[in-house]
Every structure is written in C-alpha cells, then in structure tokens.
Design a protein around this ligand. Structure first.
Ligand code: FE2
Ligand code: FE2
Length: 188
C-alpha cells in the first residue's frame, strides 16, 4: 500500500471523528433527508432530460434552442446542489442514485417543448409534496428552502409555456423559426 493511501485513511478516520463530534446543528430528519435525496435525483434527471433535448435541437439545426436547453440543464444542476448543500449543512448524508436514461428523440421542436412544460408541471407537484412533508415534520428550515423552489417552479413553467406559445405562433416556417432560434440563443 502506498504512503498516500495510508495518509488518506488516517485523514478519513480523523475527519469522521471530528465531524461527528463537532456537529451541533439540529439534524435533518430521516424522512426529509430521504425525500431530499430523491429530489436531488429528480433535479439531476431534469438536467439530463434538458441536455438530451439540447442534443436533439443541435441535430435539428436549431442551435439557439439547443443553447436554451443547455442553460436549463445547468440550472437544474444548481437546483440539485441547493438540496445537496442543505443536507450537508444539517449533518445529513447525501446518497446519489443512478439517473434514468432520458428520451433521446423528438419529432418536432413543439413536441420537445411540450414535453419540457409537462415535465416542469410534474416537478411542481413533487415540490408541493415536499412542502407538505416539511410542514408535517415541522421542519421550518426545509420549508424556507422549499419556498424558493415553489417560486422557481412558477418561473420554470412560465418560461417553458412562453417558449411553447412563441413556437406555435411561428410554426415550422423557415425565416420566423430561425429568428426565434436566434432570440432564444441569447439566453445566458
Ligand atoms: Fe429544478
Ligand atoms: Fe426545472
């Protein structure tokens, strides 16, 4: 065994001892921890789904829509990290699960954005369930974090719906679609 591995073992032992002994925060409950870990997976799946849509838009020669989806995917990662940090800060344990394979092909841009909107509606339902659970567990800290997610979901649904309405207006016609693609390509 190399010296490095030995050092790491010693460091791990020491870290385990000190972190367990020094933590005096109000620990996260088992139920909230499990639900938050599940939501981390859902947010990472959302990220994966939007990345898959980005790839599809690249193949449809719509780089602006692909950019919109890449930005969306990045935001979903940030959502997962908010939950990750919350669990860690409250002395809980993050446990990552495998991420389901997302759909890879959509017949049209409209179909993809419709899927995105429906997916956001589903996530809103998940967030609402988490709010109910936090209230049941009397977990105010989780409740405050989840209020951020509640507002974020209003924005997420509105953004997807806005894009869908615009897309339906321009249809599949060349020039207007290219103009919309350029416009959504500006999202940062
Ligand atoms: Fe999200
Ligand atoms: Fe989202």
């Amino acid at each position: 065994m190399s010296g490095c591995a030995f050092c790491l073992d010693a460091w791990a032992d020491e870290t385990a001892n000190t972190t367990k002994q020094e933590r005096e925060v109000i620990m996260i409950s088992q139920n909230i921890q499990e639900a938050f870990n599940k939501q981390i997976n859902a947010e990472l799946y959302s990220s994966y789904l939007y990345l898959s849509m980005a790839a599809c838009f690249e193949s449809l020669n719509l780089p602006g829509f692909a950019n919109w989806m890449k930005v969306q995917a990045r935001e979903e990662n940030e959502h997962a990290m908010k939950l990750f940090e919350h669990i860690v800060q409250r002395g809980g344990e993050v446990e990552l699960e495998s991420i389901d394979k997302p759909k890879v092909k959509w017949e049209s841009a409209v179909e993809a954005i419709e899927d995105a909107l429906n997916h956001e509606k589903k996530v809103t339902g998940m967030i609402n369930d988490l709010v109910d659970l936090a209230a049941k567990e009397n977990d105010h800290a989780a409740g405050v974090l989840l209020q951020w997610f509640v507002s974020e979901q209003v924005e997420e649904e509105a953004n997807a719906d806005d894009l869908l309405q615009k897309l339906k207006m321009v249809g599949t016609s060349g020039a207007p679609l290219l103009m919309l693609d350029q416009q959504v390509g500006k999202r940062e």
